[in-house]
Design a protein around this ligand. Sequence first.
Ligand SMILES: Cc1cc2nc3c(=O)[nH]c(=O)nc-3n(C[C@H](O)[C@H](O)[C@H](O)COP(=O)(O)OP(=O)(O)OC[C@H]3O[C@@H](n4cnc5c(N)ncnc54)[C@H](O)[C@@H]3O)c2cc1C
Length: 590
Amino acid sequence: MSDFRVEEYSTDVLILGGGVAGLAAAIRARERGAKVVVLEKSHAERSGNAGSGIDHIQGYVPEFHRQIGYSEEDMIEDQYGWGGNPGRLNRRDLIEIFVRHSGHDVIELERYGLKFRFADSKLPGGFRVVPQWHYVPTSYNFEGRDLKRALNDRALELGAVILNRRHVRELIKDGPAVTGAVALGTRDRVVTVVRAKTTVVATSGITSRITAGVTGSDTFERFAAPSASVGSGKVLAAKAGAAVVNLEFSALGSSYGLVNYSFSAGLPGGTWWPAGRVVDENGVVVAERRYDLPLDDPDYRANYRRDIEKSGAQRKKIVELLQQGQVLYFDLAEATTEELDYIWWSLGHEGKSGVTKHYLAKRQVDLRKVKFPLRLGARRDVIASGVWVKRGTTETEVDNLYATGNELPALGYSGGGTALVLGYATGVEVAERAQTIPAPTSDAAPWVEALLGQVERITATRAGQTWQSGEHALTTLLDSYLGKPYSEKNLTQLAALLARLRADLTLGAGNLHELNRALEVLDLYDLAELVVAAARARKSSLGLFQRLDEKESAPEQEGVSVGVYWQDGRVKAIRLDNLFREERGDGYFH
Ligand SMILES: Cc1cc2nc3c(=O)[nH]c(=O)nc-3n(C[C@H](O)[C@H](O)[C@H](O)COP(=O)(O)OP(=O)(O)OC[C@H]3O[C@@H](n4cnc5c(N)ncnc54)[C@H](O)[C@@H]3O)c2cc1C
């Protein structure tokens, strides 16, 4: 393995992951004059969850929201309480940062050439705004297919250094501080070392690859989230000593998708809004289509809330019926021609729906006549898991290490809007911090050696397991435990089986591609260990997280997040206070 070339960089700000949040952070940090390097495993122009586009993006829409009497405070309340906020696990401080900046930050995307205003709009500003996670519409529908390209171009224009095809494997530490990272090339035999004053984890943190997919596709190509989303940022942060919270909510069965199509349904709403509804085998409507409300309705907000609560209840019903084995169909029979045009337009911008659109259009499918079967999937609870950050910032408890975008915890949900706005916020924070600290001089050799040692072991084991079989064994094991009611007994059993599987894992690789995939699989095993540890540490039921032995939600769990991280090679679990009732004292983070 000595044939790996080592390249070295030094910078003010290092960003791990060139997704929506990573590029937003790069843009703001460059605007403030900081030197920026981005390490991206894929290619930042089209990488990550938003790589093939997004059709809606959330934020406060001043022109529209003021007209209906909806303030930023209202939006903060809405988001904080969303989904009942079981156990009050949402982080109000982070939600505030998002809402207060979103009115400005989201529409700034227009300056990068993305279209937000439409001649047929009935709303002030000429926008299309659709409902999603608040009690009034808060998501701009926009032409976001090229969102990543636009952010990438802007970051490059401002002088950020974006190193693509670099798979981040190690964080460099110097005492209590993170001082950079080490990455492996995915196309070239190169090890990249970046020494940095501040380091930002922005790798999206999706945990769904530890269980099988939602759409009926095979295990190794993810349709709901890209396969590059392994949760490696969480693993890196936890290894550096930063707590990752709410992982026990991973892989809970709360969502459903279209069988054999590449995008989930999200009915009654999402990309199929407003006309998509759900029917059973006999054509009985289980979830009704929606209608927009006239802006001059004096009870606009109250009526919208009622409408959203009703469709929320219908969504729960869909999950229940699918769990009982009923066959349900997504149906557009009631759509008007105008609504169908709108849906086709949305499909052209919403992520992988472009593929669905292409397929349906090529076969001249009449969307009003075809019925698409639904299938239950496993997905995270609405309580987003993420890297714990200090109150009112995106800075972790580990010196000079930040987290952003969907790596952040408990925003009520994760989406492109929060990723963008919090990414910008992080960019400002790290640029300011970088001005106050000297350039690190730490020795990266131990981390480079650790990586090359791992590479050596895998490539020397050509006859070993393929990365596919290693991943398949893991997802099969986890699928039979995760998301079902937990008990001390079944979690102990799962932990023991996982440890055995890990001990027997002898991954082999014959080329760079297989090598990088094998390293991803190691991250999946590490992530699984964290998930199981978190599930064991949360002793009582909460929301979708159910324990057979402790059914009741204990009052002392109110506002308490379970955090996990590694210390001296062992996973430690701690309790963290989401409500910040106690300021951190000695031993609070231990
Ligand atoms: C199909 C689809 C459609 C969606 N539609 C919408 C929508 O319409 N509206 C909306 O608001 N949200 C939507 N989302 C969600 C939205 O895309 C995400 O919330 C957003 O992209 C998260 O931004 P992020 O920067 O945190 O992560 P990402 O944008 O996913 O970026 C993470 C980046 O990190 C890189 N990375 C990962 N691991 C490593 C590593 N070890 N080393 C180096 N790089 C690494 C990845 O390659 C990726 O580029 C959609 C998601 C999907 C999958």
